[in-house]
Design a protein around this ligand. Structure first.
Ligand code: F6R
Length: 242
């Protein structure tokens, strides 16, 4: 594990963007696993800037998002589909057929949707670089703390803690979806390289538990310690309890 502590969010975001950009320059058809949330916003802003400056080209890049809420249409302002368009996809030359976000609505067979997502990742040759944020409760993607964890893409019931944490993006707590579809621990750990980004004091406990504690399904991020090519970038606040 390569664990780097940097001064602040802005330095973290710049380093992360440079890492992603380096991969895209090296491999034009790189396959990226992408998160949403507050953490990667700065990284996406840098990537958009680098694209505008002609430093990187998304023409052949393929992406797979980690997760999406169940019950929000792709055009809903808080859907992860919309987030990705706002933060990245609408500003770079990625092809629409090359970006993938899991999507489930009631008329679909959940098993089939999840299986198809896993198949698409395999068909793309697997994920070269999986970027992750960290939940305050140690979740990655929406793999929530539980007595056992799923290997592959699946439907999940969000914990109250996650619903509360994500309510900052909604007008009220009841508007936050209670279910999501997420890549599983195996889908994440199968990536060639993982880049975990963590910023802020409120994540410090989760960081400590993930990297100084035992591996436990009650703290899904702790499994990342087992990955052979893991880079963790923390800002000082997130690293404050290490
Ligand atoms: C989002 C995701 C989540 C977030 C995590 C941290 O696609 O998979 O695991 O990375 O909840 O969220 P922020 O960055 O908003 O603190």
């Amino acid at each position: 594990m390569d664990l780097e502590v940097v001064d602040n969010y802005s330095v973290m975001s710049e380093i992360a963007a440079n890492l992603v950009a380096g991969l895209i320059q090296e491999k034009k058809n790189a396959v990226l696993g992408l998160p949403t949330g507050s953490t990667p916003e700065g990284m996406y802003a840098h990537l958009v800037e680098m694209f505008r400056e002609g430093i990187i080209d998304f023409n052949a890049v393929v992406t797979f998002n980690l997760d999406e809420y169940v019950g929000l249409a792709p055009g809903h302002p808080q859907s992860y589909h919309q987030y990705m368009k706002n933060k990245l996809f609408d500003h770079v030359n990625i092809k629409q057929e090359n970006y993938n976000i899991p999507y489930f609505h009631d008329k679909n067979d959940p098993g089939k949707v999840c299986e198809a997502y896993e198949k698409s990742i395999k068909a793309a040759g697997g994920i070269d670089l999986q970027v992750l944020g960290l939940g305050v409760n140690g979740h990655i993607g929406f793999n929530e703390p539980a007595p056992c964890l799923h290997t592959s893409t699946h439907l999940v019931e969000l914990t109250e803690e996650t619903v509360k944490a994500n309510s900052r993006f909604f007008d009220s707590l009841d508007q936050v979806p209670r279910k999501a579809i997420t890549m599983g621990m195996g889908s994440i750990m199968g990536a060639n390289k993982i880049l975990l980004l963590v910023s802020g004091e409120k994540k410090a406990k989760a960081v400590r538990k993930s990297f100084r504690g035992l591996i436990s399904t009650e703290n899904p991020a702790s499994f990342l310690q087992l990955h052979r090519n893991l880079v963790v970038i923390l800002d000082r606040e997130a690293a404050s309890l290490l």
